[in-house]
Design a protein around this ligand. Sequence first.
Ligand SMILES: Nc1nc2c(c(=O)[nH]1)N[C@H]1C(S)=C(S)[C@@H](COP(=O)(O)OP(=O)(O)OC[C@H]3O[C@@H](n4cnc5c(=O)[nH]c(N)nc54)[C@H](O)[C@@H]3O)O[C@H]1N2
Ligand SMILES: Nc1nc2c(c(=O)[nH]1)N[C@H]1C(S)=C(S)[C@@H](COP(=O)(O)OP(=O)(O)OC[C@H]3O[C@@H](n4cnc5c(=O)[nH]c(N)nc54)[C@H](O)[C@@H]3O)O[C@H]1N2
Ligand SMILES: [Mo]
Length: 815
Amino acid sequence: MVDGQRTGWSAAMDRIARGFRDAIERHGPDSVAFYLSGQLLTEDYYVANKLMKGFIGSANVDTNSRLCMASAVAGHKRAFGSDTVPGTYEDLEACDLLVLVGSNLAWCHPVLYQRVLAAKEARPDLKIVVIDPRRTATCDLAEQHLAIAPGSDVALFSGLLRFLANSPARNDGYIAQYTSGMRDALEAAAAYDINRVARETRLPKDDLIRFYESVSRNERTVTLFSMGVNQAADGTDRVNAIINTHLVTGRIGKLGGGPFSITGQPNAMGGREVGGLSNQLACHMDFDDASVDRVRRFWRAPRMATRPGLKAVEMMDAVAAGRIKAIWIMATNPVVSMPNADAVKAALKACPLVVVSDIVPDTDTAQCADILLPATGWGEKDGTVTNSERRISRQRAFLPAPGLARHDWWAMSDLARRLGYEEAFGYENTASIFREYAALTAFENEGGRDLDLGGLAGLTDDEYDELSPVRWPVRRDGSRTERFFRRGGYFTPDRRARFVAPRTDEPKEEAPGLCLNTGRIRDHWHTMTRTGRAARLNKHIAEPFAEIHPDDAAAHGILDASLVRVKNDDGEAVVRALLTDRQQRGSVFVPMHWTGQAASQARVDTLVPPLVDPVSGQPALKSGRVTIEPYPAVWYGFAAGHVTPPTGETYWARAMTETGRRLELAGTSHPHDWSVFARELLSADEEDSETVEHMDAAGAHYRCAVFRGGRLRSVLLVGPTPVAAARDWLGDQIGKVASLNTRTSILAGVPGAGAPDPGPIVCSCLGVGANVIRRAMRDGASSLTQIGDRTGAGTNCGSCRPEIRKLMEIAHATT
Ligand SMILES: Nc1nc2c(c(=O)[nH]1)N[C@H]1C(S)=C(S)[C@@H](COP(=O)(O)OP(=O)(O)OC[C@H]3O[C@@H](n4cnc5c(=O)[nH]c(N)nc54)[C@H](O)[C@@H]3O)O[C@H]1N2
Ligand SMILES: Nc1nc2c(c(=O)[nH]1)N[C@H]1C(S)=C(S)[C@@H](COP(=O)(O)OP(=O)(O)OC[C@H]3O[C@@H](n4cnc5c(=O)[nH]c(N)nc54)[C@H](O)[C@@H]3O)O[C@H]1N2
Ligand SMILES: [Mo]
């Protein structure tokens, strides 16, 4: 689509090439940018990076991994001299103590979590500790959950460093032989006696000491960390504070021992490897003179970038300021996922040339595009990805490209060719891109760089197609390194690891309001462009929400299941209030997933300030400040079937169902005429439709159902309080012929006697509701396996197992 008009690839690419060439000629190479994604394949990424850094001559290539992994990368580089994950997944099974920091593994990495659980079942000695301000599903099987004050991770781990240094766990041999800088780190950590740590983390001293002693005792300790660590203004310091505790004990690169950064996106690691971050050059090389020269020679590059480019937040600032005239956004949705999201949207709307490559047409970012390109998606793509343990896997297409969709690497190469670089970008397939990439990792690499795929540089097309998953390095001489750093060999100039002393200023007085924590839920992926389309996945949680502690809710007059305004100077979101003591006082948690397509006003990143970590440039996405107040609804509604969200001030959130859509609704004033409102919402004016309405005498409850040929098309239920209705059951009635009795039930919103209600869906894979599971338990199922055998629940991806377990505990406690 060019300016909203359908056209062919050639015309679209022509326009893109013209736009990029004009900007570069008139304003220089730094006036253009690529904003990429950890959901691209390594081959897509490699081509984009090469074009920008070697041929256009700018390093303005950045990626959503900046929002995700940048602090882990920066922490690794400070400590190890390279962005190396030392360990493997096996370590999570082989350890005796697994410390999960800022990670909701049960919901966000369900497959790995199942591996850990299986290991724990086989070896109950394996202990899990979760460090997260919220009590999440991941805490269910943990021996200890430390609900630390948000942002107090550096204090916790500095205190741990101090403790370990004075414990038998201290490994003087390792420290002396393989590390440097311990004295400064210990000096900084000295400030963190147990009293200060208790004060900053707001945890009882006994709990802290129990944790510290447990780490000290367990030689096989893995500390796995994720977004609760990385997405912070001191994220890099947090990473180094964690790594310090592994250096002081020499617990690194050992079976069952090491720090472990886990990535989120399927190919965040591949992106880091090729150089997708603007402060890296390529293949784990930086912008030092020797590397720039080496890469120039390898690429035969006419115009090398010689210094780092703009990081994501800076890049959007440069777009806003008009310094960037052309930007290509590929496989990411920044209008939803970047901090200061409304400013990002405004910047893109004003930018002279915005190209967006996506696999769906209707994203919030696509609405800002001048040119929208159809890309192939996961099952249609062909190439490689790298996972968190450095394992490269082939991804093979099992579906043909639909419509006009083309591969991202092809589109990028086509731009390069149109800019005049036919020879350097004449790739015919991903195998040829991969070979070149592998060759660059090995080029003049005599062991000074961790990333070495020399052994794969000579793969034939067939060998590439058949490649089995393989963990790097894969050197030409066949030498292997399963784990890094057990015997030093760091990639710093003196080959020693560096202890890094984090900043240790006392925490600043908090701004008024509540801490805005954000993150993920079990059944949605990021901006819902895909999971939002899957009816089953919408059943688990169908509406944007805020987790609020009951005391905070009471203080602000917010009732459970009512709607709440979460706001600050930058924006406002309206979401459902979920009162729970899983949430600590003083914080609210709002998921990152809801978009302008899915709800009237729930893009949480409109409330997140563009504050970044000074070392990594990663934004602090879990610590905005907000206030909460009741959304003054005078009516609430629920609709299902063939429904269209209303325009205007009305609150709405929509979700897919097997039979259409469902809508949650609310308003601060009544519509003029409920019938008129309902007809529009329910498409009641279609031919042959029959409408049944009911309004109670007081005018507070309104109900309307539309039938066609005796079958239910759509239904709307309105009342003065949040509507109590069997939502899934109502959804199931759509399209069915309704008897007179059923019609009455539909208008009542609940199934009549005799019709079983499966209850809220627990297992989305197999569509099993809580009532079905309860029934199975009443009938004698008493273990996860038995419940699985009888109902299917929990037998596919397993991410609902913590919830099934919870149902079992409740049943147990009440019988
Ligand atoms: N279902 C699902 N799974 C996913 C994704 C998805 O969208 N949906 N996305 C994938 C991606 S890209 C990523 S990056 C991963 C992310 O995986 P996770 O990092 O596990 O997910 P989050 O929910 O972002 O954050 C984890 C936890 O950090 C906690 N936290 C907040 N502030 C702090 C703090 O100051 N200190 C500590 N210690 N913890 C804190 C939050 O309460 C939250 O429970 O998930 C991947 N997997
Ligand atoms: N407040 C807050 N904000 C956050 C986070 C948070 O925890 N809190 N987490 C951050 C993190 S860790 C991440 S990773 C980001 C994720 O944020 P985004 O990257 O913006 O999220 P996605 O929805 O995964 O966007 C991917 C887009 O690419 C499209 N797509 C999928 N496959 C392909 C493909 O092969 N080619 C092309 N061209 N397009 C494709 C999808 O349809 C979708 O529109 O969000 C960040 N933002
Ligand atoms: Mo991520």
